[in-house]
Design a protein around this ligand. Structure first.
Ligand code: CU
Length: 325
């Protein structure tokens, strides 16, 4: 499924509209001419000079129609160029660079690494899951509204601990204070181990990798700005071979794609605006060697907790205030 409101989709629809319009006029004229000048019709040549093949019929022509044949297509082509350039600007010019959420993307042979330049705390919609996680000086999980919640796995800096939930009270508290400089996640599960609700925190400079099965996690309704680099997997080679090969980071959902160019010190930049919550594809769109086809990944669009939770709204794509904290 492709989002209907991305720049690419809108541009596609506009081109389709003008293409269909021109197509209708052209084919209508063609069929009219086929019938009007069919072989069985004997042309009335009484007051017309003989038409010579290869020479312009100077005596019998319509200057207005001929001028129109040049002017109309020129206007259409200029109009399509305006549409395309406007979309180009929309894709390349970052609307609000100060407020944007920054991530470095590093392309390697053959996986993606994501280094966070902003911290991100997020949570699933508690109105949907019936579970709410609040982590401050202690970790409190409210699960009164979800009878299936039985366990929770708390992962701090890669170390996981599983706790049983107090199903009688409907609320469980663990005496551990939140540390914003360490990665953490809380996964609330049912008796079969299926995840019902997820809370997570990614600190600044934290690295995620598709080689470890990580997804790229981005906040909804924030402009996400990606700074892209290509390196080799071997960091010991800090010389010319430090740079890798050409990759291309492609997010089909948003119709945006940018090359990762080896040797480009400042990297390249692309941005996108995730709005609908969910999981979407990442692809490498530049042949980069043997396992190019394995350079696939996923991007999770999540609800960020900034000053109170702001839920991604699946219907409108607009971030909404909500939640208790
Ligand atoms: Cu690649």
């Amino acid at each position: 499924m492709v989002a209907e409101d991305t720049v690419f989709s809108v541009l596609y629809d506009k081109f389709l509209f003008w293409g269909i319009l021109v197509g209708i006029i052209t084919f209508a004229w063609m069929f009219y001419a086929m019938i009007r000048y069919r072989a069985s019709i004997i042309p009335d040549t009484t007051d017309v000079d003989h038409i010579v093949v290869g020479s312009f019929p100077v005596d019998r022509h319509n200057t207005k129609v001929e001028v129109l044949f040049y002017v109309l297509p020129t206007i259409i082509v200029v109009w399509l160029v305006v549409l395309a350039l406007a979309s180009n600007t929309a894709v390349w010019v970052i609307p609000d660079e100060e407020e944007a959420f920054d991530i470095e993307v590093i392309g390697q042979q053959w996986f993606w690494e994501f280094e966070y330049k902003d911290e991100l705390t997020y949570q699933d919609d508690s109105r949907v899951s019936g579970i709410d996680v609040v982590w401050g000086s202690n970790l409190t999980v409210q699960h009164t509204s979800n009878a299936d919640a039985t366990n929770m796995t708390v992962t701090v800096n890669g170390d996981s601990t599983t706790y049983g939930l107090d199903t009688l009270v409907g609320s469980t508290m663990i005496d551990t204070s939140f540390n914003r400089f360490v990665s953490a996640s809380v996964s609330v599960e049912d008796a079969e181990g299926n995840e019902l609700h997820r809370w997570g925190h990614i600190p600044i400079n934290h690295k995620l990798s598709t080689a470890a099965g990580d997804h790229l996690i981005v906040p909804c309704d924030d402009e996400v700005v990606l700074n892209l680099f290509s390196y080799t997997s071997d960091y010991s080679q800090l010389n010319s071979t430090y740079w890798g090969v050409q990759h291309s980071f492609w997010l089909p959902e948003w119709g945006v794609k940018e090359d990762l160019v080896p040797g480009l010190e400042g990297g390249t930049v692309m941005w996108f605006l995730p709005d609908d919550p969910g999981t979407f594809n990442i692809r490498c769109a530049e042949y980069c060697g043997l396992d190019h086809s394995k350079m696939i990944g996923y991007v999770d669009v999540v609800s960020p907790i900034e000053n109170g939770i702001e839920y991604c709204d699946a219907d409108t794509g607009v971030k909404k205030e909500g939640g208790a904290n």
